[in-house]
Design a protein around this ligand. Structure first.
Ligand SMILES: Nc1ncnc2c1ncn2[C@@H]1O[C@H](COP(=O)(O)O)[C@@H](OP(=O)(O)O)[C@H]1O
Ligand SMILES: [Mg+2]
Ligand SMILES: [Mg+2]
Ligand SMILES: [Mg+2]
Length: 352
């Protein structure tokens, strides 16, 4: 199977949802509510999920979907639901054919809520399962930093297709990243990248547009002949990944370059295009299980760009265990040639 149709729909759906998130990004009030686990969700997360699930349901009605958000809190919060609908109802690509391929405008507020609730699959080892993170890095989104719209197709536990929209990453692969990117910078025309990949075909990027897809170009990780010159990409939120253990691993490897800190799967995207080399996500809480939607697309993108992605023990991420990576702990992503060296340093620091 070539997955060309899946890839095209995924790219276009992510592009349209990203347009929506950008609109919310520049609003002062983002309709933030706190979920049961105390993490934030916004108008941007809910709306992007509705738009992408509409596109999947229209084009691949038999597939299952594992998505991060659900609509129960919105059904009780009529005001927020109405606000989201107000923002979602007019979203369309300036490409009539493409927009109708995705299902055109969502017909009603009720239809929007029902779409948001279409992502409750339990996941697992069999069949075609889409994994969606409508906004990854919601805290970055709220801070005015990096965030990403992430979609992957998993078939029989194996990631086959990935598409990631990063509205605040520079189009230029080698541009230096500013982490505390403000609304002013984010609005500049040089930002907004759509990454995509199909297993066995390499990794690609293109500028995000508000219409049809721009031309894509292949990307790859950069060679690291001397590991002491490598650059880490790591998270901003200290509660999601241990920054002190990360620093200890860097020291063990002799790396003195400062880390590039950014929220979301923009970290996978950055190392996949050679704007950084190593991404470590070292556990903070002992029993935290990583979510499949936080990693599926990025895992394939990095591997297709010449990297390896494992957990802290060196085991490949296993997307067949349900909604979480239940058998993995943490993430270590690096160019293939140096991955073993990085794992050795991680094991040393974490005393594994
Ligand atoms: N204790 C924890 N350890 C690791 N990841 C966590 C976590 N608590 C929340 N997360 C996840 O971290 C993601 C953001 O990652 P990062 O810090 O790399 O930007 C969040 O995605 P969302 O923003 O989609 O909720 C959330 O799923
Ligand atoms: Mg979240
Ligand atoms: Mg996420
Ligand atoms: Mg999210």
């Amino acid at each position: 199977m070539s997955y060309q149709e899946e890839r095209f729909i995924a790219e276009l759906a992510v592009q349209r949802a990203t347009l929506f998130t950008q609109k919310v990004f520049f609003e002062k009030a983002k309709g933030t509510v706190s979920k049961d686990d105390k993490s934030p969700v916004t108008i941007g997360d809910f709306g992007a999920q509705a738009l992408i699930l509409q596109a999947i349901r229209k084009n691949f009605p038999g597939d299952e979907i594992v998505a991060e958000e659900e609509a129960s809190s919105l059904r009780e919060n009529k005001e927020l639901s109405a606000e989201i609908w107000e923002q979602v109802k007019d979203i369309k690509l300036q490409d009539v054919e493409g927009d109708s391929l995705l299902g055109g405008p969502i017909p009603s507020e009720q239809a929007m809520l029902d779409l948001i609730d279409q992502g409750k699959s339990a996941g697992g080892p069999k069949g075609r399962i889409w994994a969606l993170d409508p906004i990854d890095g919601t805290k970055g989104f709220l801070r005015g930093g990096q965030y990403a719209v992430c979609l992957a197709l998993i078939e029989d536990g194996d990631v086959k297709v990935g598409a990631i929209g990063c509205p605040n990453l520079p189009v230029d692969d080698s541009a230096t990243l500013s982490v505390g990117i403000g609304a002013h910078q984010a609005e500049s025309s040089g930002n907004g990248v759509l990454f995509s990949t199909v297993k066995g075909t390499g990794a690609f990027s293109r500028p995000l547009t508000n219409g049809s897809l721009a031309a894509s170009k292949p990307i790859s990780m950069r060679p690291v002949p001397d590991i002491t010159h490598a650059v880490f990409c790591e998270g901003v939120e200290a509660a999601h990944s241990s920054q002190s253990d990360n620093a200890a691993v860097a020291e063990r490897l002799g790396i003195t370059n400062p880390s590039v800190r950014l929220d979301s799967q923009a970290k996978y995207c950055s190392i996949a295009r050679g704007a950084g080399d190593i991404y470590l996500r070292l556990p903070v809480k002992k029993n935290y299980q990583e979510k499949i939607w936080d990693h599926a697309a990025g895992d394939l993108l990095v591997r297709e760009a010449g990297g390896q992605v494992t957990d802290i023990y060196g085991h490949r991420l296993d997307f067949s265990k349900g909604r979480t990576l239940a058998t993995n702990t943490g993430v270590v992503a690096a160019p293939k040639a140096i991955q073993d060296q990085v794992i050795d340093a991680v094991k040393f620091v974490l005393k594994l």
